[in-house]
Design a protein around this ligand. Structure first.
Ligand code: GTP
Ligand code: MG
Length: 345
């Protein structure tokens, strides 16, 4: 026994793989070791693997973070089978417990930052919009939320050397305000080919909140072969707000919203991507409850957002963005402009 393991260790060293080099507790990345496929999970035969892939689950991490009921629904499996698959995926993906601070730091090192190409905004955000994060942009009507969504969609397609992600964008449009013409203007503003940019922005109109939630699953299905780096939901809350009216519906609405946000955050983590959602503020300043400068969505959204940006209009066509409640950056404000070519200092 002892000689055997010694021999193995020797072979590894001869292969220049110092076992001491491996950080402990880090989530396995694609570069590390042979890739474990979903077929390698106990109990997953070719037919089940096919069902899982069709439902958009093609790696262990995506499975490990699911709840049995949801996986059973989405992949059309029995709940007992789903429970077993999730358990096995958790073990094999090694994400079941605590990780050390240095392992977390390692994961943080994978975080990329998308440049807004507006110096003052990038400075406010410590270099740009982070991946593995959910960014909420909120403000009154016409404050420029949709403009930020369009601009970042364009910037996401820029090469890494220019502050972009060379990535594909999924845009869930709930208010019918996505405008390809505006993308064209902004692409030209960066000297990019508008058609090339538009071909990397995948847009779906969501007709109600249930459809909006289903579109997240559709993103999982469609993302194969794409470099998904950004998901935009503009607006996150409008359908929920319109459909769940009154105090009696509030708990139900918040539960659904929470579920939706978790699904979005999962996409951000699995793809090392950025999720950007827009949100309105309470619109009736004279109402008994509801501060007119407070975003809607309550604690659920406040808790889910990694960064919150509050937009408002200022004099002479200028805009102000305020960073609120960041985990690692000071609160602050910056000024920028919306021009025909896009956002500018
Ligand atoms: P709601 O969705 O209604 O809540 O508003 P929003 O916050 O999404 O506002 P949006 O991003 O749509 O901002 C609209 C504003 O952007 C307009 O009032 C204009 O001031 C500005 N804007 C939009 N397109 C252009 C453009 O081509 N040129 C310039 N200069 N400004 C533009
Ligand atoms: Mg808008």
């Amino acid at each position: 026994m002892a000689t055997k393991s010694k021999k193995k260790a020797k072979i590894e060293i001869e292969n220049n793989e110092d076992p001491q080099d491996k950080p402990v507790g880090v989530m396995p990345t694609e570069e590390e070791g042979p890739e474990v496929k979903i077929e390698d999970l106990p109990g997953v035969g070719p037919a089940t693997a096919e069902k899982l892939r069709e439902a958009g689950f093609d790696d262990l991490l995506a499975l490990a973070v699911m709840s049995p009921g949801d996986l059973a629904d989405q992949a059309e499996l029995g709940e007992a089978v789903a429970t077993k698959i999730i358990g096995a995926a958790k073990k094999m993906a090694n994400i079941g417990g605590f990780v050390s601070g240095d392992a977390l730091l390692e994961r943080r090192r994978e975080v990329l930052k998308l440049s807004s190409k507006v110096q003052s905004i990038d400075d406010l955000l410590g270099g740009g919009f982070e991946t593995q994060a959910l960014v909420e942009v909120y403000g009154a009507f016409g404050s420029g939320k949709t403009q930020i969504g369009h601009q970042l969609a364009v910037n996401c397609t820029l090469p890494m050397s220019e502050g972009g992600f060379d990535g594909d964008v999924f845009y869930i449009d709930t208010e019918d305000t996505f405008r390809p013409e505006r993308i064209t203007q902004m692409a030209r503003g960066h000297g990019l080919d508008p058609d090339a940019v538009l071909s990397r922005i995948h847009v779906a109109r969501a007709y109600n909140s249930a459809h909006q939630m289903l579109l997240v699953d559709e993103i999982k299905r469609m993302s194969k072969g794409l470099n998904v780096k950004m998901i935009i939901v503009d607006s996150l809350t409008s359908h929920f707000r319109a459909e769940y009216i009154g105090r009696g519906m509030l708990a139900n609405r918040q539960q659904k919203l929470n579920r939706h946000l978790k699904d979005l955050k999962q996409l951000a983590d699995v793809n090392n991507a950025l999720v950007l959602v827009t949100n309105q503020v309470h619109s009736k300043p004279d109402a008994m409850w509801g501060d007119p400068t407070k975003p809607i969505g309550g604690h659920v959204l406040a808790h889910a957002s990694t960064f919150r940006l509050y937009l408002r209009k200022a004099k002479a066509g200028r805009r102000i963005a305020r960073l609120v409640d960041s985990p690692n950056l000071p609160d602050g404000e910056c000024v920028y402009q919306v021009t025909q070519d896009g956002l500018r200092d």
